[in-house]
Design a protein around this ligand. Structure first.
Ligand code: SF4
Ligand code: FE2
Length: 656
């Protein structure tokens, strides 16, 4: 009897030839030359040119030196999970040593990226939850500012409030948030139960996707994706989706609730944004990262009479704080007066202005590359946590067990003193300040919008009657693969002209704030109907703050959908992260898809090496979640997709 051949006939060789797709994708990558010529922000173009003349390297130089980028990495088929490898999938070797095929390797890599995103936002959220608990217990001298938020969250969690002080309730809320995050014994997820719509909850439940909590799901993600464990790419994608839910419920919403209780909800304010707002004669402190605790104290100290006087004695005209990335944004809408300068990828350009005396780097997106530029321009960099140390930086931080949070005011005093001394030591450093700045209105949230409109009914009717054709949440990082901030601006220009309203937060919100999109001065950027709706009262792009303020954006979407009488998944709503790059970016877009929003991008996920995972993400999830991921490297095509998809959603709802 002829021996049966078990080689190619049992689905073992469904190799996806990714080489042409990866090559074409790689060829679309931007260069520093493109940034110099085509970045939409003149301050960015001028600073890249200036750094070039000065011979100081930045991320655009380093990206060019990385070319050509690794084919296997881009396709997602490089596996380094065990030391039988590293393995790469090619036509000649369609399986790794353990037998994993491209589908499994691509899926496992995605799961691990999403787990990284959950952990990153989650670690930040945990610190704020713990701070809330310590503040409630009186262990640290921090007032509970968001008294109204404490009461409404207590009601949403079903806590009995009778006879309890705000502090007691805040303590109970902190316990619930921490328990939901770190649960080991499966039980009800109280944050999810309070926040998810019944439709979403039942969709997730039917698919077996309800998460235990973020600690467990990250733990399980790492477990499942280790060698010789999960062998089914589709089951790995279930864990991916679970991570999306826990990303939103624990890392984003949990963190946002804790921040709002502790520091209060956002307030609207108008500021000047961009490098032209840098003051040449004040002590200048940049606030960079994502953790509000020390950043807030530093801003308060910088405004105190004691330090303003000290700065004047050193010849400065006061002390000014600036925002880089997200801690700057959240401090701005809570405390006002913080000038937004740049997202994370632009940090080196900010340092090269020579105008910063001290750079406070807390957690996440404080790239190691900033140190070289800081050294060139004699800027003191201060790190504040053990999770985010930078060699050669000063470290003035709290302990990793947070047992010394009561010393925050002393740490802040030390940091501001250093900034003033640095000002005195840096008088010889040349300031190169590009003269570009625009007015920006910040601090949008459901609360501030309710205060403006009474409730969201007015916005919902505008969506129904077509004054607003749809609403996108514009967020995410920037990415050197595309021309810095160009994709963001190009997409928004087309959307606004087509009467699509834009919410924004996080790194993508910087070009909006810097280039006048968050100001009501220039409503001609919008189509006629959107202009009528905005009525010279509000700007075309509504700025919701830092990346975790996705929570506030979603609360607003949910309210609008409620007044319109439909599920969010059926509304003309979308998540747009044109230039996403970090693992948190994977998590954020995924979280929105789990909520039923399509997500749109100009940057590919590393899935070109697996047709199955590619098709699942870019279409297959629609039947499960009512949403999927859509990518085109051309921003105009992305905008056209959104417009067409909103037209279809409107026609399904019988709206013109
Ligand atoms: Fe190779 Fe499998 Fe080890 Fe990955 S887990 S490195 S595919 S042997
Ligand atoms: Fe951020």
């Amino acid at each position: 009897m002829e021996k049966e051949k078990h080689s190619h006939d049992h689905g073992h060789n469904d190799f996806t030839d990714y080489t042409a797709a990866v090559k074409a994708y790689r060829e679309s990558f931007a260069s520093k030359e493109d940034v110099l010529n085509h970045a939409p922000d003149p301050a960015v173009r001028e600073m890249v040119k200036y750094m070039d003349e000065q011979g100081v390297e930045n991320c655009f130089d380093r990206f060019d030196k990385q070319k050509p980028h690794c084919t296997f990495g881009l396709a997602g088929v490089c596996c380094r999970i065990c030391s039988l490898g590293p393995c790469k999938i090619t036509e000649r070797s369609p399986r790794g040593t353990c037998g994993a095929d491209a589908d499994l390797i691509v899926a496992r890599n995605l799961v691990r990226a999403a787990a990284g995103g959950v952990a990153a936002h989650g670690a930040r959220a945990r610190e704020v939850m713990l701070t809330l608990k310590k503040a409630a217990a009186g262990e640290v001298d921090l007032p509970i500012v968001g008294k109204g938020e404490v009461k409404s969250i207590a009601a949403a969690f079903g806590l009995s409030t009778k006879g309890k002080s705000v502090e007691e309730l805040a303590n109970e809320i902190a316990d619930i948030l921490l328990e939901d995050m770190s649960r080991t014994v499966p039980g009800p997820h109280k944050t999810l139960n309070a926040v998810a719509t019944p439709e979403r909850k039942s969709t997730w439940e039917k698919l077996g996707l309800l998460p235990v909590g973020s600690y467990h799901e990250v733990f399980e993600a790492l477990h499942q994706t280790t060698v010789g464990t999960q062998g089914d790419w589709r089951k790995a994608m279930d864990q991916f989706m679970r991570l999306g839910i826990t990303f939103f419920m624990n890392s984003v919403v949990g963190g946002s609730i804790a921040s709002d209780c502790l520091y209060g909800t956002p307030k609207r304010a108008t500021v000047k944004a961009n490098l032209g707002a840098l003051k040449p004669d004040t002590v200048n402190i940049a606030i960079h990262g994502h953790a509000p605790m020390l950043a807030t104290k530093v801003i308060e100290a910088a405004r105190s009479e004691k330090f303003v006087k000290m700065a004047e004695e050193f010849g400065a005209k006061g002390i000014q704080c600036y925002g880089i990335c997200c801690s700057g944004l959240s401090a701005l809408y809570r405390l006002g007066g913080v000038i937004p300068l740049s997202n994370a990828n632009g940090s080196e350009l900010v340092l090269a202005t020579g105008a910063l005396d001290l750079w406070l780097a807390d957690i996440q997106e404080a790239f190691p590359g900033i140190m070289n530029v800081a050294e060139c321009y004699k800027t003191v960099v201060v790190t504040t946590t053990e999770s985010n140390r930078l060699p050669k930086a000063e470290h003035i931080g709290y302990r990793r067990d947070l047992e010394d949070l009561d010393t925050l005011p002393e740490l802040a005093d030390k940091i501001v003193t250093q900034a003033i001394e640095s000002f005195a030591n840096r008088r010889d450093v040349k300031r190169q300040i590009p003269p570009h700045a625009m007015e920006a209105e910040v601090g949008f949230s459901l609360e501030t919008l309710d205060a403006h409109y009474g409730c969201m009914e007015r916005v919902a009717s505008a969506v129904i009657n077509g004054q607003i054709m749809g609403i996108v949440n514009l967020a995410g990082c920037t990415n050197t693969r595309v021309v810095h901030e160009r994709a963001i601006v190009d997409i928004v220009d087309i959307l606004l002209k087509n009467n699509i309203l834009v919410f924004t937060n996080g790194c993508a919100s910087f070009p909006m704030a810097k280039l006048g999109y968050c100001s009501k001065k220039d409503l001609s950027k919008c189509g006629e109907r959107l202009q009528i709706f905005l009525n010279n009262e509000l700007p075309p792009v509504w700025h919701f703050g830092g990346c975790i303020d996705n929570a506030h954006a979603v609360a607003t979407f949910r309210e609008i959908a409620g007044y319109a009488g439909h599920q969010m998944k059926d509304m003309p709503f979308a998540e747009v992260t044109p230039e996403w790059s970090s693992e948190k970016g994977v998590g954020a877009a995924l979280a929105f898809r789990m909520l039923g929003f399509d997500s749109y991008h100009c940057v590919h996920a590393p899935v070109q090496g697996s047709k199955k995972v590619h098709d699942f993400l870019y279409g297959g999830t629609r039947d499960l979640m009512g949403s999927c991921m859509k990518v085109d490297t051309d921003p105009k095509k992305v905008a056209e997709m959104i417009i067409a998809d909103f037209a279809e959603a409107r026609s399904n709802l019988c709206w013109r």
